[in-house]
Design a protein around this ligand. Structure first.
Ligand code: B12
Length: 425
């Protein structure tokens, strides 16, 4: 009995002393393999966020990681230049590209973007876009992209050792203070997490800000909001923001007591198989390794463990059930006009498959999507486009509850009513 008490006390001391410690090695390794498996597909654009997560892990497959980086430098790079030709801002994608190169210790100065027949280094171009976003905030009260990407931009510059203008950082600090980091209607946990890492980086690097006391206040506010977002089941925000929230808390120096239950929730998600989307895995894996994007500052790429291999067996084929479930789809256009469609779909279909079946029935329902790092973003419904440039999007809910996944990931298991509403934000 006495031995048991001593061992428990010892374990408790070890856990409390460690910053957000994690143990489940085997679980972590198989999650790591799942992400590595995803880079083998050539169907989608290589994802820099996936590369960062692979590089922040303990085990590596250096050959596959190097092949992946080469694809990012070719295909993702071209995609950024294509967006520039369309006069789009590329803050978020460029920041992730820079962080991915840093994660592989690649010389940033050797990579250039060609735009308007001019060659520019990635960091110079990012600095210019951040200045432009700063002006957009000054005149339009928000960035053209969003505060998640604005924060990623500051983070990428800071992690690369580039001075961030005090005016640029001030706009983020001000936005935090004035509760402007939103996802739709609610406070955005994901954006607070990235903002927290960006501002913490400025503090750690001693990069000048307008007012140090104000920076400290913003950091304390972010930390408090992240802690306040904790649900009874341990998640911070939802299943898909918890990884970033934990990363941010680790970066801000939190101890086990503050993120232990969130770590537990992530491990429970892993066991349940909550994460399939590579982008979701890439935002969770670093936290489980107790690593954060701030570790990229001192990434060395030496003496790495090169033992990560892929299992030979292919992923199990998903068989759709013969049982049908009935689905109602309500479309509410920007004018407020509503139309309702009904269909039966095989149980277990994704919402994307269900919408395709509905479209094929030619009952007047049509839709279109745009590609993003998270997958297919629903952009056009019944010939009406909800444009991000007009700050509108198709909000999706099921029986009145907002979906936490996109149309390709959300599965229809029960009869329900899906509402797709053209919404301003
Ligand atoms: C900003 C944001 C939005 C904005 C995007 C517009 C803008 N310019 O600001 C708005 C408000 C429109 C939005 C909408 C939605 N979002 Co959102 N969004 C984000 C956020 C905070 C940042 C995305 C970003 O800019 N990334 C940076 C750049 C570098 O990468 P990118 O991925 O290529 O960027 C584009 C896509 O992310 C796309 N996008 C945004 N949200 C979503 C959601 C899905 C499912 C898809 C496929 C694409 C997508 O918009 C970005 C800008 O063009 C992320 C947080 C996160 N952790 O990533 C959540 C996040 C991606 N969104 C999420 C969700 C659930 C949604 C909605 C499905 C909510 C709903 N119930 O309707 C809708 C999408 C519906 C649709 N039409 O398909 C989840 C996705 C989780 C998952 N497993 O798929 C996240 C992770 C938030 C969370 N923790 O719940 N979102």
């Amino acid at each position: 009995m006495i031995t048991l008490v001593i061992v428990s006390a010892l374990l408790l001391t070890l856990a409390v002393g460690k910053p957000c410690a994690s143990d489940h090695e085997a679980l972590l390794l198989s999650f790591n393999k799942q992400l590595l498996q995803s880079v083998d597909t050539q169907e989608t654009l290589p994802n820099p966020s996936v590369h960062i997560a692979l590089r922040l892990s303990t085990h590596h497959n250096l050959a596959k990681e190097s092949e992946h980086l080469n694809r990012i430098k070719a295909e993702f790079h071209d995609d950024i230049e294509k967006s520039l030709r369309n006069n789009e801002l590329v803050v978020g994608h460029l920041a992730l590209y820079i962080l991915a190169l840093k994660s592989s210790c690649h010389d940033l100065e050797s990579v250039h973007l060609t735009h308007n027949e001019m060659k520019e280094s990635l960091l110079i171009h990012l600095k210019k876009e951040m200045e432009e976003e700063k002006q957009n905030i000054a005149f339009g009260h928000r960035p053209k992209t969003n505060y998640y990407q604005y924060s990623l931009g500051i983070l990428a510059l800071c992690v690369s050792g580039v001075r961030v203008s005090t005016h640029v950082s001030q706009k983020l600090i001000h936005a935090v203070e004035h509760r402007q980091l939103k996802h739709g209607e609610s406070l955005c946990v994901d954006s607070h997490a990235v903002a927290g890492m960006a501002l913490q980086c400025l503090k750690d690097e001693g990069i000048a800000v307008k007012d140090n006391a104000e920076l400290d206040r913003a950091l304390a506010t972010i930390k408090q909001r992240l802690l306040d977002s904790k649900r009874a089941d341990g998640h911070m925000g939802n299943e898909f923001s918890t990884g970033l929230a934990v990363q941010a808390l680790i970066a801000m120096g939190s101890q086990m007591e503050e993120c232990g239950s969130a770590m537990e929730a992530l491990r429970a998600d892993l066991k349940k198989g909550t994460y399939h989307n590579p982008m979701a895995i890439s935002q969770v894996l670093p936290a489980l390794h107790q690593r954060t994007y701030l570790h990229l500052k001192s990434q060395e790429c030496r003496n790495e463990n090169d033992t990560l291999t892929l299992d030979a067996d292919s992923p199990a084929e998903v068989l759709l059930s013969h049982r049908q479930v009935s689905l109602q789809v309500e479309v509410i256009k920007s004018s407020g006009a509503s139309s309702v469609f009904s269909i039966h779909v095989p149980r277990g279909s994704s919402l994307f498959e269900a919408l395709n079946l509905l479209q094929d029935k030619q009952t007047g329902f049509t839709f279109n999507t745009e590609d993003s790092l998270w997958g297919a973003f629903l952009s056009v419904v019944n010939e009406e486009q909800a444009r991000q440039t007009d700050r509108r999007y198709w909000h999706i809910s099921s029986d009145g509850t907002s979906l936490t996944q996109g149309i390709k990931d959300y599965k229809i298991d029960l009869a329900q009513k899906i509402t797709i509403k053209n919404t301003g934000y």
